[in-house]
Design a protein around this ligand. Sequence first.
Ligand code: FES
Length: 102
Amino acid sequence: MGKIIAAKVSEIPPGKMIKVTIDGRDILVANIDGEFFATDDSCTHSGASLSEGKLDECKITCGWHAAEFDCKTGKMLKFPVKLRDLTSYKISIESENIFVEM
Ligand code: FES
């Protein structure tokens, strides 16, 4: 699919994450100390929107049943059973625009 504009840098302050929908797919974009990361937004447990959960450094905690994922890699960090990792996406920044490579 290529590089698609997801948001403006100014829309996501450090320590925050938002959900963007790109071509029907919900993607979470997080700002960790000025560096941006993107993963799927749907929790691999029961599909909650992870951007409505908590972000602590690089750790995303699902608001429904507290599964934890690494926003840099999409890897599951903690849950009582093994969950599928999130797909993570490459990000690039060009003139204040955040692009997600899909
Ligand atoms: S839906 Fe995310 S932990 Fe259950």
